[in-house]
Design a protein around this ligand. Structure first.
Ligand code: C5P
Length: 219
């Protein structure tokens, strides 16, 4: 059986930074499922498709080939990482990610990837839905203020003009939308290990995850 590691948690909890380092340590493919929902949002906006036009959304997804190389998402052969992390995509993505027909399709793609590779996957429903049988499940949290601060620094480092209060408001709004939607809401799996990353360094969190995996290697 293939090795799978699931990491869930709200926006800005440090999932992707940490998952990339753990991926290197155990030679896993890193699958950023949020990037896949962002890709659908990008294509929908480009084609003027609103979240209630489910038929059109399903049609565009059919033409989307997604894969990961060096931790980054390629859509139909093109690296779209910079476009999907822009604030306008963050604002719209929850609306598209709440649609059952969209989720079914992306969850299928994610499960197919997990059958082909040993993976570490991060998102909102990995431990509860996508990789229910994953041997290792983690749920990362941090206060909204700390998460907003991390996003602020990340965007500033990319020279993107941002306002801290706006990011905080946006993070709180997105947490609410993601944890209150009807289908596959953001939720800790019962068997996931919760790590509050507030005040912890990246290395501190990586260390906790890696030592847990190493000490339970026979799972
Ligand atoms: O992880 P990231 O913040 O990039 O995810 C963007 C959005 O995609 C989330 O706010 C959520 O609405 C959606 N998402 C999801 N299920 C996942 C991953 C992301 O609904 N597994």
């Amino acid at each position: 059986m293939r090795l799978s590691v699931a990491i869930d948690g709200p926006a800005g909890a440090g999932k992707s930074t940490i998952a990339k380092i753990v991926a290197k340590e155990f030679n896993l493919m890193y699958i950023n499922t949020g990037a896949m929902y962002r890709a659908v949002t990008l294509k929908a906006i480009e084609n003027n498709i609103s979240p209630d036009n489910i038929e059109a959304l399903c049609t565009i997804i059919e033409d989307m080939e997604m894969h990961f190389e060096n931790d980054e998402l390629y859509l139909n052969g093109i690296n779209i990482n910079d476009q999907i992390t822009l604030p306008n995509i963050s604002q719209e993505v929850s609306a598209y990610a709440s649609i059952g027909e969209v989720r079914i399709r992306l969850v299928n793609m994610q499960r197919t990837m997990s059958l082909k590779y040993d993976v570490i996957m991060d998102g909102r429903d990995i431990g509860t839905v996508v990789l229910k049988d994953a041997a290792y499940k983690f749920f990362l949290t941090a206060t909204p203020e700390e998460r907003a601060n991390r996003r602020y620094e990340e965007l500033r480092n990319k020279d993107i003009e941002v306002n801290y209060n706006q990011i905080l408001k946006e993070i709180i709004r997105r947490d609410y939308a993601d944890s209150h939607r009807e289908i596959d809401p953001l939720k800790k799996a019962e068997d996931a290990i919760e790590i509050d990353t507030t005040g912890l360094s990246i290395n501190g969190v990586v260390e906790k995850i890696c030592s847990y995996i190493k000490s339970h290697k026979n799972i």
